[in-house]
Design a binder for this molecule. Structure first.
Ligand SMILES: NC(=O)c1ccc[n+]([C@@H]2O[C@H](COP(=O)([O-])OP(=O)(O)OC[C@H]3O[C@@H](n4cnc5c(N)ncnc54)[C@H](OP(=O)(O)O)[C@@H]3O)[C@@H](O)[C@H]2O)c1
Length: 245
């Protein structure tokens, strides 16, 4: 499905879904760079991921503009596929006054919107080759509510429309993969016990919870040459837990 030898950048590529995405591209012969804040976690992942080329690790906090500018110097001069996967819950909902509410919402937007927006803005001029792809990881929370986190993920869907308009004239696309619950990631926390897994399974139509590799497969499709006519879209991958229209 892919086109081996492309230059791929994956944010949050040291763990969970991002790591599965990095593994998938590395396996098909692409040149992969992974980004994340924890240098040791990132470098260990880069060493462990097997592929035709060495995976590069560039530690950076993608919510901080100055850090993104610095990291840009270490990133490839031409990029074929950018996967905006970095994100997280941004902490528990606040119990307190408006100051705490404001801090919480800012933190959640910093965690989920800024990494995608800043990294994409920084790399946009480098996505100049035909067939460029930006794939962003959203969440079913954007369709369900889920407070600040759902709102931040919904913001990514709106932003993706603008991005698709910008990229279209270059023959490049921008899409969002929207996972439901995915087991075995830093986000989903400690491994779920059998009761939780059973509840999660029964909340889907297919009776299975997703693994990171399932989300990586959806990313690989949207990044492939075959998906050249799909842009400005989002693709649910949640086992039927939430149905689209
Ligand atoms: N797991 C699920 O059930 C689920 C469901 C729907 C959507 N998602 C979304 O999937 C994406 C990946 O999450 P995951 O489930 O794979 O959890 P994860 O293992 O915690 O992955 C998140 C990755 O993002 C990196 N990251 C977070 N903030 C960053 C920042 N400011 N700068 C650079 N890197 C940053 C983290 O590395 P560092 O901490 O080292 O920076 C980590 O590698 C997230 O956007 C999440 O919202 C997950």
């Amino acid at each position: 499905m892919g086109e081996a030898g492309r230059v791929v950048v994956v944010s949050g590529g040291g763990t969970g879904i991002g790591r599965a995405v990095a593994e998938r591209f590395a396996r098909q012969g692409d040149r992969v760079t992974v980004l994340g804040r924890r240098a040791e976690v990132l470098r260990a992942a880069a060493r462990e991921i097997k592929g035709a080329h060495t995976v590069r690790a560039v530690p950076v906090d993608l919510a901080v503009p100055e850090e993104v500018e610095r990291a840009r110097e270490e990133l490839p001069a031409e990029i074929d596929v950018l996967v905006n996967n970095a994100g997280g819950r941004g902490g528990p909902s606040p119990a307190g006054g408006l100051k705490e509410v404001a801090e919480h919402w800012r933190r959640v937007f910093d965690s989920n919107v800024m990494p995608a927006v800043l990294l994409t803005e920084a790399l946009l001029p480098r996505l100049a080759r035909p067939g460029g792809r930006v794939v962003t990881i959203g969440s079913v929370a954007a369709l369900r509510g889920n407070g600040a986190y759902g709102a931040a993920k919904a913001a990514l869907l709106a932003w993706n429309h603008t991005l698709a308009r910008q990229l279209g004239p270059r023959g490049a696309t921008a899409n969002v993969v929207v996972p439901g619950y995915v087991a075995g990631t830093g986000f989903s926390g400690a491994p779920a016990d059998e009761d939780e897994l059973a509840a999660r399974r029964s909340g889907t139509l297919v009776g299975e919870v997703a693994e990171p590799a399932d989300i990586a497969a959806a990313v690989a499709f949207l990044a492939s040459p075959e998906a050249r006519h799909i842009t400005g879209e989002f693709l649910n991958s949640n086992g039927g837990a939430v149905l689209g229209r």
